[in-house]
Ligand binder design. Structure first.
Ligand code: NAD
Ligand code: MN
Length: 505
């Protein structure tokens, strides 16, 4: 059946009742006709309906992305023109900043202050890559004799990008911006619980001038759609952010077609608070480090090691301030901690806390689901601190992905480095000390992709973000990321006057 194609996708309000798939530059419904409802986890209220991608839709999206890459103009644009489009995406996002923030708050249950920072960072990611791509280039290498060699960076091709629910728009920007900058095509699968802002971002990409088929978005099931993309023979790369078990599964499946793979996975990141730390700053940084985004952060600093000489002082302040954290109206700038994404996640968090109690731990704050007045239908958990723990406990070893910190004492630098590194994960770590030499020494010894010294902030556009060990591999948010969306082509030529005849025949 022939359809009359709109020249350009109509611009709709950011917040609306229904959101469609975007395939080949068009808003479309699922071939199956299926839709589902997304909810606000803070209130339990419905936010919107969303088209639910089927396998047929995924196939169309992959074909559209492939066609756009092989025959389209995006990768052939002069790099300055791609940069201009990325900056245009950022400026449209800026002009709809408040609407994007509100939609993010409603779809994810996070607080408005968290969403504001994340939407701003998403904008700055596009601006960062608009600048970075202009300087991304190959080399001229020194060669023997009459040979000349240069390398050039070429886009890797069709990229399947699969993202989680904890930073819906920011993760979409972390994925889409470098892929577009490098000249790739994208099929993005947002988390089914939080698809809305990723869909709007894809619409904005088209409004800004990204050609049809270059960015496609497929809200839907991870095990169905995600899996289909990972196994698809004409997808060149998979970039995944999510849990470690699914990351392993994706890597195994992608190996069948030898796709390029980058994985940003879980964490159990430590804070090391030394005897000479500014205790007030370490307390405030640790509060933010674990309770920001309701602890639903891969780089949450969920293991806190405190030098024995300041332990009591630190704990007293940390517990006192934790009890002051406000839960409730997520659209109020005074709310510190938002909702938990789902009932399942709430139960998982609570079962970790219960397991710690059964293992003999002591709860210093929180320790149970929160009852928040006016938000009884939402999913809430009390900001929780657990003491008297050790490294054999599940709650200390595994990622909880909620507002739960475990606290432990240490005696000296060597001991705490050993404790910090005693984890399958290696995403981030924080060091609190006024001694610069110590900070540098410890940073060198820690096995994590990110080290923060006297700051709770883990990244800005430009700082490489990614893990060691089972936290995954590859780096996002940085110059390095562009290489992960590129192939390096080596071109070797001979310019001698005398033709080469290596066999001498
Ligand atoms: P998840 O692994 O369940 O899901 C992530 C995404 O993968 C979702 O879009 C999901 O639909 C999809 N998916 C699920 N099963 C799949 C399959 N079999 N094949 C392909 N795709 C599939 O994780 P989550 O619960 O949504 O997110 C929380 C996890 O993400 C945490 O473990 C957290 O540490 C991690 N995370 C890591 C980073 C990082 O940068 N390292 C950032 C954010 C979140
Ligand atoms: Mn939602």
């Amino acid at each position: 059946m022939a359809t009359v194609k709109e020249e350009k996708m109509e611009v709709l309000p950011v917040k609306r009742e229904h959101y469609s798939l975007i395939i080949g530059g068009e808003r479309v419904e699922s071939v199956s006709g299926e839709t589902y409802t997304t909810y606000n986890p803070a209130t339990g209220e419905a936010v919107a309906t969303v088209a639910k991608a089927s396998i047929e839709d995924a196939e169309r999206a992959v074909q559209a992305a492939r066609h756009a890459f092989d025959n389209g103009k995006w990768k052939r644009f002069p790099v300055g023109k791609r940069a201009r489009v990325l900056n245009k995406i950022a400026s449209i996002m800026r002009s709809r900043f408040n609407e994007l923030v509100e939609l993010e708050v409603l779809d994810s249950g996070k607080t408005i202050s968290a969403a504001q920072g994340q939407v701003m960072q998403a904008i700055e990611d596009f601006e960062f890559y608009a600048g970075a791509i202009v300087g991304h280039r190959g080399n001229v290498n020194s060669m023997p004799g009459q040979f000349f060699n240069y390398t050039q960076k070429e886009p890797v091709g069709v990229c399947a990008q699969i993202i989680p629910w904890n930073y819906p728009l920011m993760m979409a920007a972390w994925k889409i911006a470098p892929a577009l900058a490098a000249g790739c095509s994208v099929v993005l699968k947002p988390a089914s619980l939080t698809p809305l802002t990723a869909i709007v971002l894809t619409e904005i990409c088209h409004e800004a001038g990204v050609p049809e088929g270059v960015v496609n978005v497929l809200p839907g099931s991870g095990s169905k759609i995600g899996n289909y993309l990972v196994e698809h023979p004409i997808v060149d790369k998979v970039a995944f952010t999510g849990s470690t078990p699914i990351g392993k599964d994706i890597m195994a499946k992608a190996s069948q077609t030898l796709k390029r793979v980058t994985l940003e996975l879980g964490g159990k990141s430590p804070s090391l608070i030394f005897e000479d730390a500014d205790v007030e700053a370490a307390v405030n940084g640790s509060l933010f480090g674990i309770f920001y985004n309701t602890g639903q952060s891969c780089e949450a600093r969920s293991r806190i090691y405190i030098h024995e000489s300041i332990y009591d002082q630190f704990i007293e302040k940390f517990v006192e301030k934790t009890k002051q954290l406000k839960l409730g109206n997520t659209l109020d700038a005074g709310t510190h901690v938002g909702a938990i994404i789902s009932k399942d996640q709430l139960e998982t968090i609570d079962s970790y806390v219960q397991s710690a109690i059964e293992d003999g731990a002591t709860v210093l704050a929180g320790g149970k689901p929160a009852v928040v007045e006016g938000y009884e239908k939402g999913y809430w958990y009390e900001p929780t601190i657990i003491a008297d723990v050790n490294h054999s406990m599940k709650a200390v070893k595994e990622e909880i992905f909620g507002p739960v910190a475990v606290v432990m004492k240490f005696k000296d630098e060597k001991e705490v480095i050993g404790l910090a590194n005693d984890s399958e994960y290696g995403l981030a770590s924080a060091i609190w000390t006024k001694d610069h030499a110590r900070a540098t020494r410890v940073a060198n010894e820690i096995k994590s992709g990110i080290v923060m010294i006297n700051t709770p902030f883990s990244a800005f556009p430009g700082t490489p973000f990614g893990g060691y060990k089972q936290s995954g591999f590859g780096r996002e948010l940085s110059i390095e990321t562009l290489d992960l969306y590129s192939e390096t082509k080596s071109v070797l030529s001979y310019f001698g006057a005398k033709p080469l005849n290596p066999f001498g025949l």
